[in-house]
Design a protein around this ligand. Sequence first.
Ligand SMILES: CSC[C@@H](O)[C@@H](O)C(=O)COP(=O)(O)O
Length: 382
Amino acid sequence: MTTVRDGGPGAGLREEAAPAGADGEGGRAFRTVQWIGDALGGRLRMIDQTLLPTRFIEIDCNDVESVWQAIKTLSVRGAPAIGVAAAYGAVIGARSRGTSDPATIREALREAAAHLRTSRPTAVNLFWALDRMEAAADSARRVAEVPLLDHLLAEAHAIADEDRAMCRAIGRHGADLLAAGDGVLTHCNAGGLATADYGTALALIFTAHEQGKAVHVFADETRPLLQGARLTAWELANRGIDVTLICDNMAAQVMKEGKVQVVVVGADRIAANGDAANKIGTYGVAVLAKAHGIPFYVAAPSSTFDLSLADGSGIPIEERDPREITEGFGRRTAPEGVGVYNPAFDVTPAALITGIVTERGLVRPVDAATIRAVLGTPQAAS
Ligand SMILES: CSC[C@@H](O)[C@@H](O)C(=O)COP(=O)(O)O
């Protein structure tokens, strides 16, 4: 069964066992984020990732608040997926006043976008997607023959479609970095659950696999919310990829034992000089990779770059509820009243990054000039 529950105040349920595989080869398809229906009556459907791997439940969102909640609580997470969800959330907001008056629709969209922007601070894809939706509302002034809501839904679909093409292009550009038999370490989840298709960091692995290059993946469990254990291990195993789960604090030992030849991770925001924010713990993995002479790659689309920031010091780092640490295993694991610091992301300095795989090609060396040169080239994602 599949459970679909209403993300808003009303509720309805449909449940199914977690599908055996990601979209495409090797298993049944799942869609992390999808729109069901037309602009006026449609709804946003997303996998509730907080419940994986034991339950596969989809949430239907029909109001902006439920989209905001889904992003905030990590039902939908991963930078590109957050951007796609926010774009559809903007459509929901735009239609919320029940009128076809373009000025009112634009005002409602702006209000919804402003609210959605407060859901999470670090992944720039959220802001990028909402900027695009607001720009689409403005550009629609010039295509008056298309109803504005249809135009906005088409833009949200375009963001999702481009994200799918982006994943495939990143896979193509990055698969050559992996050799058959390599041990590949990854952190957090930068797979299909974090995008509209099959991921960024995991796209390299999936593409290499499709090319017949078998690699062995070490998935960091990724404390405190265990995206590596719950999501990455699930995705990889379902696609028949050899995966071993390790606790975050085991990476050094596994590297020292010579089991890791390449590290590849995703990113939530990359500054103009290549400093890259990703899930907390990524910076430590990069330091370990450097110490062991292991190449460290970041895989991310152009929508994850924030060229307005000269370096990573300006990237806002989300701080989350202390209970994610003190009660993360479904029970209290620390004394009452203990002080807790819970930054959800860290910034890996460009100097520790061997290369950044984008849908437009490989950035190597990682510096401002190379980033500009690669991102400036025409889109190669389709
Ligand atoms: C392709 S997703 C890249 C990043 O968004 C991912 O590695 C990550 O850090 C996600 O963090 P999360 O807090 O689970 O949203």
